[in-house]
Design a protein around this ligand. Structure first.
Ligand code: GLN
Length: 481
């Protein structure tokens, strides 16, 4: 008998149908993994065994597409009456009075929520090191970061401490940790998944998406969480396909664009080789590969750090000690209370972003920074519009380097920001993009490749990714813990 904890959700579903796996056995196995390995990996900020057991023991709840499947939530997704902190002191002990729409949808399909995953504070970061709980470790090498900001979600899937996980992606926070931990991570098209109940970072960029053991699970999970929601005015009212139907094993005639601006100095040689070999494999299977150009790529990081910090500074204004969670004591008056609460409640990276964003939005600077960034954002989107006239999907590396050492970039924010160079453009353009495992470095660290498609064409991504998985074994490899 295989270990249930190591299987993808679609395999567990098959076993459950045949009566060869029971939800309670799956849950027990997942929790023994958590108890055994999480003290080392630290992917969880909350593991809610009692609540999970109650769901598994309640037959009325175990119905639907994800019946009996354990799912882990990133700690910025609201679960009613369950501590949700965004890994920030300022939200210590905060219990939301409502469920995020994705949580509701998951529970309606029988999923079993097992806890909350560690993350960078308010999703600000690429390494999980800005968390007030301390960093999560990469299961492939615990001296290294798991990526961020959804590092806890990706590490937990990789270490088989959960079957499925949700992350959020504003500039790469699902895809980059998925790449660094050797799992699959999808940022859906902006508007595909409701953001209601996702604690906002940058509202024009944020999307919730799946982090899973393989492509089929990503398609399954997206089918459950996608869809219009009247509680999120930016969610789009389009029918939700059954994405698992897009899992064809055939890329014949698929036009793949490879942007020349992504294979440049600074890209790790082993990653370049891994991604190029993956593209060659797809070509040998019948895809048509050609070079494309996305000329405004070099402005993406700068543009993102203006738009994202501007929106973040405005979104974070609500955390002032009045309405939510933490309030500093010993204040002389209200202003003093605001100052002390925010000084003590936010970590350094959050403060840096609030300052940067407030500056970009202030009178006299708004036109020079924010407005200009919006114009460049349009240029970046136009690059993609043009490219998608010549190709159906675009393949790039997900991250320029494999997982770096814990502490390596913490004192160098600029080099941390640059590590998102390949993932940011998809958020600025609102496009779907997925990272899948496509190799390992000589030292045994996972390598991810990114597949992007037109808005609302997640199906093409699934087609390319699924075909690749049928001919390779990278996604089946597990870290030795
Ligand atoms: N690493 C990027 C940042 O620090 C992206 C984070 C995210 O997608 N939430 O902003």
């Amino acid at each position: 008998m295989e270990n249930l904890y190591s299987l993808a959700a679609h395999r567990l579903k098959e076993l459950m149908v045949k009566g060869e796996a029971a939800p309670s056995a799956i849950l027990d196995q997942v929790f023994s993994r958590i108890e055994k390995f999480d003290p080392k990996i630290k992917a969880f900020v909350l593991a809610n065994k009692e609540k999970a057991k109650r769901s598994v023991n309640n037959p009325t709840k175990l119905k639907g597409k994800l019946a009996g499947i354990p799912v882990l939530m990133k700690d910025n997704i609201c679960v009613k009456d369950e501590v949700t902190t965004c890994a920030s002191r300022i939200l210590a002990g905060f219990k939301p009075p409502y469920d995020a729409t994705v949580v509701k949808k998951l529970e309606e399909e029988g999923a079993v929520l097992i806890g909350k995953a560690n993350m960078d504070e308010f999703a600000f970061g690429s390494s999980c090191e800005t968390s007030c709980y301390g960093p999560t470790k990469n299961p492939w090498d615990i001296t290294r970061i798991p990526g961020g900001s959804s590092g806890g979600s990706a590490a937990a899937v990789s270490a088989d401490e959960t079957i499925l996980a949700l992350g959020s992606d504003t500039g790469g926070s699902i895809r980059q940790p998925a790449a660094l931990c050797g799992v699959v991570g999808l940022k859906p098209t902006y508007g595909r998944v409701s953001r209601y109940g996702l604690i906002a970072f940058a509202s024009s960029l944020d999307q919730i998406g799946p982090i899973t053991k393989d492509t089929e699970d990503a398609a399954l999970l997206l089918s459950v969480i996608a869809g219009y929601d009247e509680m999120d005015s930016t969610s789009v009212d389009l029918p939700v396909p059954d994405y698992t139907k897009a899992l064809s094993k055939d890329v014949k005639g698929l036009r793949i664009g490879v942007p020349k601006e992504y294979f440049i100095e600074g890209l790790d040689k082993e990653i370049e080789a891994g991604v190029k070999a993956a593209i060659e494999l797809l070509r040998s299977l019948g895809a048509k590969v050609h070079k494309i150009s996305l000329p405004h790529t070099e402005y993406a990081v700068g543009t993102y750090y203006i738009v994202a910090t501007a929106e973040a500074s405005s979104n974070l204004a609500r955390f002032d000690g009045v309405q939510y969670a933490f309030r500093a004591g010993n204040s002389r008056d209200m202003i003093d209370m605001y100052i002390k609460t925010r000084s003590q409640g936010f970590g350094d990276e959050a403060k840096r972003r609030i300052l940067l964003g407030t500056y970009c939005l202030s009178t006299g600077y708004y036109d020079a920074y924010y407005l200009k960034a919006q114009k460049v954002r349009t240029k970046i989107r136009e690059d993609f519009d043009k490219a998608f006239k010549e190709c159906d999907c675009i393949i790039t590396p997900t991250s320029p380097t494999p997982a770096f050492k814990i502490g390596e970039k913490m004192n160098d924010p600029l080099s941390m920001y640059l590590s998102d160079i390949y993932t940011i453009p998809a958020n600025l353009a609102g496009l779907p993009a997925m990272s899948i495992p496509c190799g390992f470095s000589k030292s045994g660290l996972p390598i991810g490749m990114q597949i992007l498609a037109k808005a609302f064409d997640e199906e093409t991504i699934f087609r390319a990714a699924y075909t690749f998985e049928q001919y390779t074994e990278f996604h089946t490899k597990k870290p030795k813990l």
